[in-house]
Design a protein. Structure first.
Length: 305
């Protein structure tokens, strides 16, 4: 029986993570020639190119993309085995790459990471904040926090807690334009559009008691890809928005904005901690996952006033 070239697949996964032969070589403590030879061996074995190579860019081919997730599992499993073997004598160490939404990352994840770095001095964290949805496997992330209704996928997810979406406006806007009584009335109002809603071109609202469904096409002067950026325009009375509770609840408490359309709700979403498939993970990753889970499940989402 011919043994699989596990070392080459682990090298391939590292190249995918760093999007560079040179950076992968530095990360692994190998020469660039060794990394290149490992990729060539795999391409010979598979009979297909794994990367498109140019002088400026390294990109996965269709074959490389289809194999990247499995190679990442080989690398992660190998790292976990090594770490388990050293578990009784060494503390978790190394780099963990985490992605999180921009606003939530600034207000909630950043402070948690500060405490984590104190608790685990041998672990480094690469924190990427963006409201765009990252490709965990393709972009080489160990985990991501997502606020959404998750579609079915091969990714593993821990649901940490629900996130309420508030339908809000400033009192000054309502005094000037009137208070909508039914979602159909929103067609006569300025409504802010958030690009990363599951259906950004439509608001799908349901009535909690009657179960009536209303689909509204928001029309207004502001479209954004970050919910926090709606606040200045919202407070200035320029329109109506649907905003997550962790962004808007302190403004509601102060009376800067009010909730409208009582009894109507936007589709439920939740905060999820998402990881690539596979059961074995390095201890440094498990340490961060457990720290995030405990911290986020035990603290309020409301922003400090």
């Amino acid at each position: 029986m011919r043994l699989p070239d596990l070392e080459a697949w682990a090298i391939f996964a590292t190249v995918v993570e760093h999007r560079s032969f040179s950076a992968a070589a530095v990360s692994l403590g190998l020469s660039k020639a060794t990394v290149s030879k490992a990729i060539t061996r795999l391409e010979t074995q598979t009979g297909a190119s794994l990367f498109h190579r140019t002088s400026r860019r390294l990109a996965l081919t269709e074959t490389g993309t289809s194999l990247a997730e499995r190679a990442a599992r080989i690398l992660a499993d190998g790292q976990s085995i090594d770490e388990c073997a050293r578990e009784s004598t060494t503390a978790p160490a190394g780099l963990v790459r985490l992605a999180a939404p921009m606003s939530f990352g600034l207000t909630h994840v950043g402070p948690i990471i500060a405490r984590f770095l104190t608790a685990y001095p041998e672990i480094d964290v690469d924190l990427n904040l963006s409201d765009d949805r990252v490709d965990l496997v393709g972009d080489g992330y160990d985990a991501a926090l997502r606020i959404a209704a998750l579609p079915d996928s091969s990714l593993r997810a821990r649901t940490l807690r629900d996130v309420a979406l508030r339908i809000v406006a400033a009192p000054s806007y309502l005094e000037r334009r009137g208070n909508p009584r039914h979602p159909a009335d929103l067609s006569q109002h300025d409504c802010f559009c958030y690009a990363y809603f599951s259906t950004p071109e439509h608001w799908r609202l349901h009535h909690d008691k009657s179960k009536e469904i209303a689909v509204v096409k928001p029309g207004g002067r502001l479209r954004t890809n970050n919910a926090d950026s709606t606040l200045p325009s919202l407070l200035a009375g320029h329109g109506i928005a649907i905003v997550p509770d962790f962004i808007i609840d302190d403004a509601i408490d102060r009376g800067d904005v009010v909730t409208i359309l009582p009894g109507w709700s936007a589709p439920a979403v939740a905060l999820h901690l998402v990881t690539p498939p596979g059961r074995l993970r390095p201890r440094r990753v498990e340490a961060l996952l457990d720290f995030l889970t405990e911290s986020l499940m035990s603290h309020s989402f409301v922003k400090a006033a």
